[in-house]
Design a protein around this ligand. Structure first.
Ligand code: BDP
Length: 685
């Protein structure tokens, strides 16, 4: 088993119960279209996998009925939930039949996938059945894929979009990709890098994008493209890209019209502007709203939206990078067109192993905000380090902003309920590539899965997500599920322990961010160095974001300022994020800060070693290929956890001048050795 089938394994159900056996015997599907064909195909694959037999498709005495609500006979329609919305579904039993119904064919598709997942997990339907609908409208993957097929921060091979063969060849992988997304309810994909290339908007590429959009459409997936702000100059022959210039506005209007001729249901644009060298409205003295609105006006007549990123910061601003997006966007709250949604990373810096939630969440009641999570593990050990990210996503989503008093969780900003947003969304920076198992580490498939589940329902628990994923991907055997679930649920914290515990952040190696680099300093930009963030000296370490420092804390509500600003109240996981403290600072455990830091690194190493033992004990439950693959990656991880521990403790130890506490193993090499490790990555990847 090479893992290509992801969580859609459909492995044989041992000792199936009667309901499982009967369910897929005779299926009635009302109507005909491409989505219904996909449903039919899915039922065939699943039944074949579960029981080694195909269903018969017939309208007579079916065991499973799949039909839109309006197509159901009235006695069944009356039993169906009235709260399904556009994409929801209801699965219920009536007499000897199971019914999947919805208001749209995509609802039927989602319902079918859900039923098959419940069958694989051997979860019988409850009396009320399953009524479910997404809590977020736009559930989008962001591919940071370049036109030369390299993937920015992608670690599982090259881009799956083969531009050379498109549009004439539709690779099976595109369809399998769409199917996997649909099985989670993901309904959009932005296929190009946010560091955009204007060429994607030329006919040569639009024709190829059209072919992908056509392939994705029956799966309920809309296509989005990244728009380079300077496109009117680069491919339009204009002299400016000023959003207030009439010719520029017209150029975008014409461009949008042209795109919609290729792709009538084009989702819209995703834009990174005025950030890390990308052009934007700043170049013309305009605001982010003026930039976004110009594009919004262009796609508006066709029903498109603009996802405008809030990841805006500049090396020319002396202010803490943490504060810049908030300072830029809060003053223009309410100035965006209604088809703009501002896409905000989970934290204010940049996808660190742990960040407090971004202070923009809650701070823009008049502008819809969407969440951007990174699924690809730029700062979390790339493809080889097992880190199940659902607990990290969940931590952010469940954090209380206190914006409208207690109970104002980030998830309520995202599902729109806190501010009555008219648009809602979640984006996940994709981790898939041409690797046979899609994501490099087999367990990183779980992060794609977890993102999809949380985009559908930001309130879902990571525990349920982990358990379901294990059952769908490997087996339902408890002796396997329980230890693997425990290992997964602890894995993110384990990585935080050996990389950046106690609120330490951004101490990765320069540029590629793999491995430790607390010594990274100098170069073009201070805010791209480690020393900017850890501020270590003989006096201590940490980033003072309280009143005595950058006061980034003031961007949060008074409740949080009080909590996070107070050394007695701040959760230790955020300690050095907000405070600069002496090495002898007393921790709650009774240890001094230095000892506590060292012990966290050792803990992470111990946990990584422990995982190897756990996994080895599970050999008999897993096929050989996946067993060996995961094992070798776990061995890399345990080895590199030591690398992290030794390099970081040697480096900070120069400043603390204190010995390692009992229980922490001495480093294998000296600091110079670690500083000279030169990791090589294929350029551009
Ligand atoms: C950072 C990455 C960079 C991305 C940027 C972004 O290092 O490659 O282009 O985020 O999100 O995390 O735009």
């Amino acid at each position: 088993n090479d893992g290509y089938k992801l969580w859609l394994q459909y492995y044989p159900i041992e000792n199936p119960q009667a309901w499982q056996q009967d369910m897929l015997k005779k299926v009635s599907i009302a109507g005909e279209n491409e989505t219904l064909d996909i449903i039919k195909n899915e039922l065939n694959i699943a039944a074949e996998g579960f029981f080694g037999q195909n269903p018969s498709f017939s309208k007579e005495n079916p065991s499973l009925v799949i039909a839109l609500k309006e197509q159901l006979p009235s006695y069944l329609a009356s039993k169906a939930s009235s709260k399904l919305g556009e994409e929801g579904f209801h699965i219920f039993s009536s007499d000897n039949q199971t019914v999947i119904t919805a208001n749209s064919q995509f609802g039927l598709l989602y319902g079918t996938f859900r039923l098959l997942q419940e069958m694989q997990k051997s979860n019988p339907l409850s009396e009320t059945g399953i009524v479910d609908s997404p809590k977020v409208q736009h559930r989008v993957l962001n591919h940071w894929d370049n036109l030369d097929r390299t993937v920015e921060r992608g670690y599982s091979g090259f881009s799956i979009w083969n531009w050379h063969r498109l549009p004439r060849h539709i690779d099976q992988q595109y369809l399998d990709y769409a199917r996997a997304n649909a099985s989670l309810g993901i309904n959009g994909t932005a296929i190009t890098n946010v560091n955009a290339n204007a060429l994607i908007l030329t006919p040569y590429y639009l024709e190829k994008a059209q072919a992908l959009a056509d392939a994705f459409r029956p799966y309920g997936i809309k296509l989005y493209l990244t728009a380079r702000f300077s496109s009117p100059i680069e491919i339009g022959g204009l002299e400016t890209a000023d959003p207030q210039n009439e010719a520029v506005k017209q150029w975008w209007k014409d461009k949008a019209k042209e795109i919609y001729e290729y792709i009538p249901d084009f989702g819209g644009f995703l834009v990174k502007a005025d950030s890390e060298g990308q052009p934007g409205p700043h170049n013309y003295g305009r605001t982010q709203a003026e930039g976004a609105n110009m594009l919004a006006d262009a796609v508006k007549p066709f029903g498109g939206i603009v996802m405008w990123r809030a990841f805006v910061y500049s090396e020319n601003t002396p202010d803490d990078r943490h504060k810049q997006a908030y300072n830029e966007f809060v003053p223009i709250d309410g100035e965006f067109r209604e088809n703009v949604i501002v896409q905000v990373k989970n934290g204010a810096i940049d996808f660190q192993p742990r960040e407090p939630f971004h202070p923009l969440f809650g701070a823009m009641p008049n502008t819809p905000l969407m969440m951007e999570f990174q699924i690809t593990q730029e700062y979390l050990g790339h493809d080889t380090h097992l880190a199940f990210l659902a607990p990290m996503y969940e931590e952010v989503l469940k954090e209380d902003t206190y914006i409208n008093g207690e109970g104002s969780e980030v998830a309520k900003v995202i599902d729109g309920s806190l501010h009555n947003y008219s648009l809602t969304g979640m984006a996940g920076v994709a981790n898939v590539g041409t690797d046979r198992n899609w994501t490099g580490h087999h367990f990183h498939q779980a992060n794609w899965y977890a993102y999809g589940k949380l985009a559908w329902n930001p309130w879902e628990s990571s525990e349920k997500i982990a358990e379901d994923w294990i059952k769908l991907t490997f087996t339902t055997e408890r002796e396997f599920v329980e230890p693997v679930k425990k290992l997964m649920l602890n894995s993110h914290e384990m990585v935080v322990n050996y990389m950046t515990p106690l609120g330490i952040h951004h101490i990765m190696a320069r540029s590629h961010h793999y491995g430790p680099g607390p010594w990274v300093t100098g170069g073009g930009r201070a805010d791209w160095t480690s020393t900017y963030y850890h501020n270590a000296s003989e006096k201590g370490m940490g980033f003072d974001r309280t009143l005595s420092g950058s006061n980034a804390l003031e961007q949060y509500t008074p409740e949080l300022q009080e909590k996070w600003g107070d050394l007695d109240l701040v959760p230790e996981k955020f300690l050095l994020w907000f405070h600069h403290l002496p090495w002898e600072h007393q921790m709650k455990s009774g240890n001094i800060l230095w000892d506590e830091i060292a012990l966290h690194y050792q803990k992470g190493v111990n946990e990584a070693r422990e995982n190897i033992k756990t996994w080895k004990n599970l050999e008999k439950h897993v096929d050989k290929y996946r067993f060996e693959h995961v094992l070798s990656f776990m061995e890399i991880q345990a080895e590199e956890a030591e690398w992290w521990r030794d390099a970081v403790l040697l480096y900070f130890g120069q400043y603390s001048g204190l010995p390692l506490p009992e229980g922490v193993e001495p480093p294998k090499h000296n600091l110079e050795y670690y500083m000279n490790i030169d990791h090589k990555f294929v350029p551009g990847i």
